[in-house]
Write a protein that binds this ligand. Structure first.
Ligand SMILES: [Zn+2]
Length: 354
């Protein structure tokens, strides 16, 4: 959606000027650039084009339409959202921006916490529920189309690893600009240096590849997603210096080596999904139609998501598995490794400048 509050916070991504008029007729009051809008979100891409572009713009990554509906947070997504709530603690009086919000599901999950929330992403694959309930902007994190100090808190999940070193520095500077002094940024990402525990994760991934060769799982989407990783940071000291360069300090950090979670999500969930998809495809083939295969797979996935979203046995079974997956955080949360959750605090600018 596009609320009046959002219209007050946005600025021209090119010159930082205020935007005049009402959607769909927004125009920059400084440089006169007109902006197109969608009924559900503002389109505020910068005029300049960057050489570096994420594969998240790739329609193939969204062809299965799994972004279209938001289901309750379960498994790894639940763990990430629970840590976000505990670290960032969004509440009444906060204005929170979700950077690289994807479908906008985090905004939907946390809508009840009383904070004002908005989301920005480079690609328009927003979920129906997010379009209806959350303020959404299409734009580039390297030119955030928001006023300085517009937000008290921000989150960036699965974002840093997709950026080059230069782009990361630019994005961090932009986040520091749109956060009020003393504001906080919650990050979930990873650095390249892993602990020895990660060896266990490599074994799980080897098992997944072995299963793929035998037609038991399909890892193609996972490969497409990971092929976009640039992994700009070597280790945690490297992270510390990168964020310090943009005026942040790491206030809290917890590491996430998902051994139990990796087994559940990369093996069990994938095998289950694949089995359901194959069964749906077989049903279509038996019915004489070949063209409907993708649609059938999509339908079965939607049905599974719907069932998981109802408070039936499927939902509670997945909730129980999610609890078991939390063992990874409890046991390994203090073992310094690649994947991490961090709360970054924006330091007051030196010399008294805002
Ligand atoms: Zn402008």
């Amino acid at each position: 959606m596009i609320s009046d509050r959002l219209l007050q916070l946005v600025r021209c991504p090119d010159c930082g000027g205020r935007l005049g008029g009402r959607p769909p007729g927004l125009v920059c009051e400084s440089c006169s650039r007109p902006f197109a809008t969608d009924p559900d979100f503002l389109v505020l891409h910068p005029g300049i084009t960057f050489a570096e572009q994420t594969k998240y713009l790739d329609a193939a990554l969204h062809a299965d339409a799994r972004h279209e509906r938001v289901t309750p947070p379960l498994l790894g997504a639940r763990i990430r959202n629970d840590v976000l709530r505990s670290f960032l603690a969004p509440g009444p009086g906060d204005a929170v921006i979700d950077l690289g919000c994807g479908s906008g599901r985090t905004l939907v999950w946390n809508a009840g916490l009383g904070a004002y929330q908005a989301g920005i992403d480079v690609s328009p694959y927003f979920a129906r529920e997010a379009r209806a309930q959350a303020d959404l902007v299409l734009g580039d994190l390297r030119r955030l189309p928001f006023a300085a100090g517009a937000f008290t808190k921000a989150s960036a999940l699965d974002v840093f690893e997709h950026l080059s070193r230069d782009a990361l520095a630019g994005v961090l500077a932009e986040i520091a600009r749109v956060l009020a002094p003393g504001g906080a940024l919650f990050v979930y990402s990873h650095v390249r240096k892993n602990s020895r525990l990660a060896g266990g994760l490599r074994q799980i991934n080897r098992l997944a590849r072995w299963m793929e060769r035998r037609g038991l799982v399909d890892l193609s989407r996972e490969r497409l997603r990971k092929s976009d990783h640039l992994n700009p940071l070597a280790d945690i000291p490297d992270l510390e210096s990168a964020v310090a360069g943009a005026g942040f300090r790491i206030e809290r950090i917890r590491y996430y080596t998902p051994l139990v979670g990796g087994f559940v999500e990369n093996i069990l969930v994938r095998a289950g999904e694949h089995w359901l998809a194959k069964r749906a495809a077989a049903r279509v083939a038996a019915g004489g139609g070949g063209a409907g295969r993708d649609a059938a797979v999509r339908d079965v996935r939607a049905a599974v998501k719907r069932r998981a979203g109802e408070s039936g046995p499927a939902y509670w079974g997945l909730r129980a598995v999610t609890w078991i997956m939390k063992i990874d955080l409890v046991l390994f949360g203090r073992v310094r490794s690649g994947p991490y959750f961090a709360l970054l605090r924006r330091l007051p600018a030196e010399g008294g400048a805002p």
